[in-house]
Design a protein around this ligand. Structure first.
Ligand code: GLN
Length: 548
């Protein structure tokens, strides 16, 4: 049976709880343990699928098709463990499960209450798959004191009592603000946060404190005494140049030791951190730099494309170069020559997106990349835009466009080179269908699907295999009806769904590196295992940097 670590946060949000959880996962793995990480989010959305990337950052998609919080991306990047639907839960989902059971009569006429019905639902969720791993790490979103968070805090309190003693450890992440005028790190906000936690029956075993430097002995002793935590289990979390330093930095500050100690595991197996050392080394000591432009819509909030920027970093690690990313708003070159904005970049990436706004700028960017022979990676909408560009400017289909934009505008302005998918086959050969008026949540083609690659294509060489499985999140698809016409003009569909109905990958033949993919390769890239497409794209950018 797994041991459980519950990770909570206090004082302020955005302290890097997800990163601390992910790094702890990696450290436990480095000591030979198996782990799974889980996120419990108090907001009322059923899942983040319908939330704007401006509000919540990117939606991370799992193999089994769940639309989850971007913290699950951190978990996967640090541990390599593929997240599942059951690794992400929100209050919205919990309440909707409880209400569904109530309507079905499952509670046999009882009055439905937060305790025990909602808390039981949370506890059942936490326990899913507990026999599969050594450690289950559960991060509670938000900060202690949030009204929405209370049922989760209560559920983990009960959960730890339901388990044998010593099976659960509580780790609390807080902030030690630095007051420059007095030259002091202040412990009071942390004391208050722990007091708040204790008032709802939770006592932290390990305290992780974000601070600008090491925690001096005096402050450590104060924190230990007022928060009732052993001094050696007060761990400093300092700012890092790269998030991938986190496992080593946390190890040096004693995090994994403190957690194992809290479980009474002694002596603990020694960790092997050499793979992480290599990653940090490649980041700190690169042999050059490439400049990549990401041409998108949500460019004010970099978290909206979190996995893409991380995957580019991984591509840089694999090639030992620094990847300098610049975010360009595609609307800026909607109606003009994009050259002044795009010249000088060694690669252009057009990411996924929804809706028409900014798409003409993306089409212009794809044209620039194709004509100037600059490496281009189009992801999902970025592939669709590249196909539309080629249809218009190579194949002469002047009105080529996507049904997505016509639907949005309630008009028929385009020839639908990209159309609204109504059905497709899932991995087990079952046909999935969708209607235009369906619910917005969870109705896309979501999760991992296989694709077959053309044997002598560029992508088959990049992947080193002809069968791949990648994660999807889309409603529209390139129409097969135009295949011959497009292929006659230098475009090549080099990856298809196994039934041959859905184009998954396009390449431009007469180009050093121009690839569009209907799926999201960034979701599977990891620092210890960079994705082949990002590795190869950055390699192509290095070649390009030698030309310009
Ligand atoms: N909006 C497009 C679609 O639904 C692309 C989606 C995406 O880029 N994730 O097909």
């Amino acid at each position: 049976m797994a041991r459980f670590v519950f990770i909570t946060g206090g004082v302020v949000s955005s302290l890097g709880k997800g990163l601390a959880s992910a790094a702890l996962g990696a450290l436990l793995q480095a000591r030979g343990y198996s782990v799974r990480l889980r996120k419990l989010d108090p907001y009322l959305n059923v899942d983040p699928g319908t939330m704007s990337p401006f509000e919540h950052g990117e939606v991370f998609v799992t193999d089994d098709g769940a639309e989850t919080d971007l913290d699950l991306g951190h978990y996967e990047r640090f541990t390599g463990v593929a997240a599942r639907k059951t690794d992400s839960i929100s209050s919205g989902r919990i309440y909707s499960n409880v209400l569904e059971k109530e309507r079905r009569g499952d509670y046999l006429g009882k009055t439905i209450q937060v305790i025990p019905h909602v808390t039981n639902e949370i506890k059942d969720f936490i326990a899913i798959g507990e026999d599969e791993v050594d450690f289950m790490l559960c991060e509670i979103g938000g900060t202690v004191g949030d009204i929405e968070g209370l049922p989760f805090f209560e559920a983990i309190r009960q959960f730890s009592l339901d388990k044998p003693a010593g099976q659960c450890v509580f780790m609390h992440l807080t902030l030690l603000p630095w007051i420059a005028a007095s030259g002091e790190l202040k412990t009071k906000p942390t004391q208050h946060s722990v007091k708040e936690l204790r008032s709802i029956g939770l006592a932290p075993d390990v305290l992780v404190c974000r601070a600008e430097g090491p925690i001096p002995d005096k402050e450590r002793a104060k924190l230990a005494m007022f928060c009732s935590v052993r001094p050696e289990r007060v761990i400093a979390a300092n700012d890092l140049k790269s998030i991938y330093e986190a496992p080593i930095a946390y190890h040096q500050n004693g995090l994994d030791q403190a957690v194992l100690d809290a479980f009474g595991i002694s002596p603990a197996p020694r960790p092997d951190l050499s793979p992480w050392r290599d990653v940090v080394d490649a980041i700190h000591d690169p042999d050059g730099e490439v400049r990549i432009a990401i041409v998108g819509k949500y460019t004010q909030l970099e978290d909206a494309y979190k996995s893409i920027s991380e995957a580019l970093t991984h591509g840089g690690i694999a090639n030992r170069v620094k990847v300098k990313v610049e975010w360009l708003d595609s609307e800026v070159f909607e109606h003009g020559d994009p050259a002044p904005n795009l010249e000088g970049f060694h690669g252009i990436l057009v990411p996924g997106g929804f809706g028409e706004r900014g798409t003409e700028g993306k089409i212009n960017a794809a044209r620039f990349a194709r004509e100037r022979k600059v490496p281009y990676l189009g992801i999902c909408l970025g592939m669709q835009m590249a196909v539309i560009e080629a249809a218009r400017n190579l194949a002469g289909i002047e009105k080529a466009g996507s049904e997505e934009f016509d639907h949005e505008a309630g008009a028929t302005r385009f020839e639908p080179v990209v159309y609204h998918m109504k059905e497709w086959m899932d991995g087990s050969g079952r046909v999935e269908t969708r209607e235009a008026g369906d619910d917005k949540g969870g109705t896309m083609r979501l999760g991992a699907y296989r694709a077959s690659l053309t044997p002598d294509s560029k992508v088959a060489a990049i992947y080193g295999t002809e069968q791949i499985e990648e994660r999807h999140r889309h409603r529209y698809e390139v129409a097969l009806t135009y295949r011959e016409q497009l292929e006659a003009h230098g475009l090549r569909f080099s990856g298809m769904s196994p039934d041959g109905k859905l184009p998954e990958i396009m390449e431009i033949e007469d180009h050093p590196w121009f690839v569009g993919v209907q799926y999201h390769p960034e979701l599977k890239s990891k620092p210890l295992d960079p994705h082949p497409l990002f590795r190869s794209f950055v390699r192509a950018a290095i070649e390009q940097s030698r030309l310009v």
